[in-house]
Design a protein. Structure first.
Lengths: 228, 228
DNA sequence: AAGGGTATTATGTGCAGACATAATAACACA
DNA sequence: TGTGTTATTATGTCTGCACATAATACCCTT
């Protein structure tokens, strides 16, 4: 019995993989497929919509639906809290606030946050631990102008979790890169200077203003993995 | 006028961000929301379903819909062909096949591909160029047992593009990490040994068998970026 | 009081029909 | 021949209804 939208999605995917519908091919329209599968057009629509979302199909009104020529692989990554990530490994999470001060940020930081030169920000350095071993070295710029007052003791609650609980849902962007460990990172993480570190950088915004820019330097061996 | 499912999604998201519906809160059921917004329940369902997919809501039958307590950030990355990536920067893409041979892979490679020890694979080393400058150093293991014959001249067409055109749609996983440049990578990319390189590793499968394992070492400065 | 079966309830999905929208194809006119 | 308008068409979405499914709440029995 082929009638649920998941069955239809599977069948369409099968035909694409089996090259019955090769890349670039125009596939039958929704009405015809609905007729063939003996279901409503809405059901076919649901199935094709999901496949288009996954990058397998390309759809345009009037033009029809065709098999994607160059299926852009879309990788979806979960970005959990560091605490969740550590605990998911069965380790215990802890952290140390190494440094906190209020200062004028360097120009690249101010510009990435879209702030006027001279605005003062809070700067934090935190070391996250997994079973007591250095796990992530976090450097964070916070914009106090858009934070609810009073600020907590960041030695007691990690900035990330406090923000989650006290600042409205936000948007932002994430970037990954690789960098050599600088002296400060090497010391904090307990590794040699120059080791390759996996770096995650996140910028977070409310509707209008930048909230925080955080840079996570993961200790060597860290991997981010996805199932496609 | 609030009636399209996108309007409803936006309004629900607004209420969550404005903390009218705080994290952990149980929100009204679909029927009530449909009544409030003056639309059909299916429309509300579509909006809430999308938000649940994005990790903002958690839904369970009978239990209802609640605002996610710890919204796991989901980052979606596009993984284009290297050629597309280079050309998107306005540079010209080229590549050199540095090495091709058939050999028994090291044990970690064989096990990651789920192959019996002793199976022979094709090993390729390719250097991708952007405007003539080293861009990515690619090492690839190919499983000839599941490839259509005859194999092409990989000096003429890049393995990735040939696979796309000749092997059925596949699944796989992707991992990112940071590693120090080894002697081979340093020479190929023209950088000092020990420099931090951004590494992408992909394993690709057909329905049953492993097709290829590829490791891309990106030259220093490479970033992967996402909008959330 | 404990346990198990049943009713209730919220979401998940399906269907048939309708209109909206975008994009192409066809046509008419200068 | 070129151009602007109109018709056609496939997808996008909404409605109202129905039944399926999962999970909780309740009640009855022992």
């Amino acid at each position: 019995m082929i009638n649920s939208w998941e069955d239809i999605r599977a069948e369409v995917l099968r035909r694409i993989r089996a090259r019955e519908w090769p890349p670039g091919d125009l596939i039958p329209n929704e009405e015809d497929l609905a007729l063939e599968f003996g279901c409503a057009r809405a059901t076919v629509n649901r199935a094709l919509r999901e496949l288009a979302l996954a990058g397998v199909l390309e759809r345009r009104r009037k033009a029809g639906t065709r098999v994607a020529m160059l299926p852009v692989r879309k990788a979806t990554l979960d970005i959990p809290l560091i605490r969740q990530e550590v605990e998911a490994r069965g380790q215990s999470h802890g952290f140390q606030l190494l440094l906190q001060r209020e200062t004028v940020p360097p120009v690249p930081v101010a510009s990435r946050l879209g702030l006027a030169a001279g605005a003062r920000l809070i700067y934090l350095e935190t070391l996250h631990l997994a079973d007591g071993q250095p796990f992530v070295f976090e450097t964070r710029w916070l914009n106090p102008a858009v934070l609810p007052q009073p600020l907590p003791d960041f030695g007691q609650i990690s900035a990330n979790e406090w923000l989650l609980a006290h600042v409205s849902y936000t948007t932002g962007d994430i970037a990954f890169s690789a960098e050599e460990a600088g002296p400060r990172e090497a010391e904090a993480l307990g590794v040699a200077e120059g080791r390759a570190l996996f770096i995650t950088e996140r910028t977070t915004w409310t509707a209008e203003a930048a909230i925080t820019l955080v840079r996570l330097a993961h200790s060597p061996g860290y991997r981010v993995q996805t199932m496609v």
